[in-house]
Design a protein around this ligand. Structure first.
Ligand code: ATP
Ligand code: FE
Length: 338
């Protein structure tokens, strides 16, 4: 069964065709908007215009290069939230048009749920599982009971992990988004060289990365932004990654400390753009192993925003018997679960 996914919630315009039963990606086309780089963050108005400009051509290219007959498409998924309202509107209005033109059913997809479910496209993974989602705008600790039931254990109280990396990276002169560049630099640094606070060492399952961000920025100020050698930047990057890893690890420990042993989950998923980070993947994998829990992490291109996860989530809804509908609007704020 072939599903089409359309994603426009932030700065990436992405479309994909997947063969859901074969769990294979037929084609993925993504346009990353570079116009935000000089601003050090996403400019909503530019993002909105970029999606409107590129989405139609991107879908054309996708359909042509995937060699799929439009008739073969079983259904369509589109991100309806959370995200930037302008981009979401472009994606949703466009998807509704495509749905009418092709006479194919359409499902409104929650971007965060799609991040947490896409691991099931990449590997054989049964419900329920734990999911740790870290992206540019969100930190979520959830139990995924089914394609439609998400129980929120903990969430981000302020800056997300990705946001913290992006803001520190900006001051180091890395282009936006800075997560990948920080990972590269960190490989040459010493993780114990810059004393940074381990974020949110409390007993809760919530996250907070703004204190860590401020500490890193204060260190840059004290050292003098212009005078920073590459070695010092690498040290800061390694220390920042280390602190984020320690912070997440503490929350995993909190979870297992308070768990009646019988209800021990067997599998966990690390997802969202920050999960593209190999260092953090290793830290989390080792941490979960102590509790006999296997950690699945989708390959990096399934972690950052993509069309496959939206197509896959449409298939999950179809298989769960959720009826398609045209009667929905965008939801700029839309929690992953309750
Ligand atoms: P949200 O999903 O919360 O709406 P978003 O869609 O903008 O936000 P994603 O695309 O899921 O976010 O993730 C982007 C974030 O991932 C950015 O903050 C980016 O810096 C970070 N990121 C990407 N690659 C890496 C990496 N290799 N290491 C660390 N962080 C990374
Ligand atoms: Fe995302």
């Amino acid at each position: 069964k072939i599903f089409l996914g359309i994603e426009t919630s932030c700065d990436d315009t992405a479309v994909a065709l997947i063969d859901a039963e074969e769990k294979s990606v037929l084609k993925h086309c993504i346009h990353q908007q570079i116009e935000h780089q000089s601003f050090g963050g996403v400019v909503p108005d530019l993002a909105f215009k970029g999606h409107a400009k590129h989405l139609p051509n991107l879908l054309n290219t996708l359909l042509k290069s995937a060699c799929v007959d439009k008739e073969e498409i079983e259904g369509i998924g589109v991100t309806a939230g959370p995200g930037l309202a302008g981009g979401l509107l472009v994606g949703v209005m466009f998807a509704k048009g495509v749905s009418i033109a092709l006479k194919k059913p359409l499902w409104a997809i929650n971007h965060l749920q799609a991040h947490a479910l896409v691991a099931r496209l990449c590997c054989d993974l049964e419900f329920p599982y734990l999911a740790l989602l870290f992206s540019g705008g969100h930190c979520e600790f959830v139990v995924v009971y089914s394609a439609t039931e998400f129980y929120l254990l903990g969430y981000g109280l302020d800056d997300a992990a990705g946001e913290c990396l992006d803001k520190v990276g900006r001051r180091l002169g890395f282009s936006f988004p800075a997560g990948a560049a920080i990972e590269v630099a960190a490989k040459m640094g010493d993780p114990l060289s810059v004393p940074l606070p381990i974020p949110m060492r409390d007993k809760s399952l919530n996250f907070s990365f703004s204190g860590l961000k401020s500490a890193a920025l204060r260190w840059i100020n004290a050292e003098g932004e212009k005078k920073l050698s590459f070695e010092k930047k690498a040290n800061l990057c390694a220390s920042l990654q280390y602190a984020i890893g320690q912070g997440i690890q503490k929350k995993i420990e909190n979870f297992f400390d308070n768990l009646p042993s019988k209800s021990n989950p067997r599998v966990a998923v690390f997802c969202g753009g920050v999960a593209a980070n190999q260092y953090l993947r290793n830290v989390l994998e080792e941490c979960f192993l102590q509790y006999d829990v296997r950690l699945f992490t989708p390959p990096p291109k399934f972690c950052t925003d993509n069309g496959m996860m939206i197509a896959w989530n449409a298939y999950e809804k179809y298989r769960a018997g959720i009826l398609p509908s045209m009667n929905f609007s965008i939801r700029a704020r839309w929690p992953i679960g309750i």
